[in-house]
Design a protein around this ligand. Structure first.
Ligand code: CO8
Length: 265
């Protein structure tokens, strides 16, 4: 397993088979997302994708204050527009973390998730939040705007009015409001967050792996396609899955009242 400078990665985390725990590890800077974290996280997600023993991942922040308080403002303050454009800062995240990561992953938001931190959490398949979590897109206060998907993913998640107000005022949203607005799956006490996220990830990791990838692909397609196109895609993937070894095993296991023994194909 690789070692990273700005994140920690634990496979089979806490003894949960098949679950990789990634932790952003710059607590003194509230886990602000600098280019070091960008490189480490991109590599860690590639490693997760390639490791057939790991079937669900959890991403969280170290310390009890922040998931990530945004892109690193100190680093960004020294960059010119041409640097952002030429480096295409943050685009590797979209390609590696969102597009290439076909296996599921969960964001366990344990405090501030602001700006790029909120955007990173929203790249996850779903978010579980601790009761002290706070979400926001405060970029406007810095004279900019979301640049890693916030204006698009937040709007899709919570609707235009709330998203518009969040982006225009830069205000923070509490965990309870985020749950009411469907931004997060549920809110748990901070002390229970990691256990809850790992347990949920463990449940996902115990499912037939190819079916998990297919389910993720189908749900994501709902954001990209018309209803008709999405329904056709769903039906085709369903049909393909019926030819899998795990379909035969899953249905036999149900009838024989036993656990499935998955092949992942
Ligand atoms: N970047 C760098 N350092 C940070 C950041 C950050 N985003 N957030 C906090 N820190 C640092 C502080 O500077 C401080 O360091 P130091 O002790 O050396 O001064 C340390 O973390 C602790 O922070 P505070 O003392 O401020 O802690 P508080 O509890 O008083 O406040 C807050 C916590 C409210 C979270 C506050 O730190 C804050 O407002 N942080 C900034 C939040 C923010 O504006 N985030 C958005 C950043 S912009 C962004 O994410 C754009 C992404 C898209 C870019 C796309 C480019 C193409």
């Amino acid at each position: 397993m690789s070692t990273y400078e700005t994140i920690t990665v634990e496979k089979n985390a806490g003894g949960t088979k098949g679950v990789t725990l990634m932790t952003l590890n710059r607590p003194k800077a509230l886990n602000a997302l600098n280019s070091g974290i960008l490189a480490d996280l991109t590599a860690a997600f590639a490693e997760y994708s390639e490791d057939d023993t790991q079937l669900c991942a959890v991403l969280t922040g170290s310390g009890d204050k922040a998931f990530a308080a945004g892109a690193d403002i100190k680093e960004m303050s020294e960059k010119a527009a041409a640097d952002f454009y030429l480096d295409d800062f943050f685009s590797p995240w979209t390609s590696e973390i969102v597009k290439k990561t076909r296996k599921p992953w969960i964001a366990a938001v344990n405090g501030f998730a602001l700006g790029g931190g909120c955007e990173l959490a929203m790249m996850a398949d779903f978010i579980i939040a601790s009761d002290n979590a706070k979400f926001g897109q405060p970029e406007i206060k810095l004279g900019v705007a979301p640049g890693m998907g916030g204006s698009q993913r937040l709007t899709r998640a919570i609707g235009k009015s709330k998203s518009m107000e969040m982006c225009l005022t830069g205000r923070m949203m509490s965990a309870d409001e985020a749950e009411r607005a469907n931004l997060v799956v549920r809110v748990v006490p901070q002390a229970d967050l990691l256990a809850d996220a790992l347990k949920t990830a463990g449940t996902i990791a115990s499912m037939p792996p190819m079916a998990a990838i297919a389910n993720k692909e189908m749900v994501n397609a709902a954001f990209e396609m018309t209803l008709d196109q999405g329904l056709i895609m769903e039906r085709r993937i369903f049909q393909i899955l019926t030819a899998s070894e795990d379909k035969a095993e899953g249905m036999a296991a149900f009838i024989e009242k036993r656990e499935g023994n998955w092949k992942g194909r």
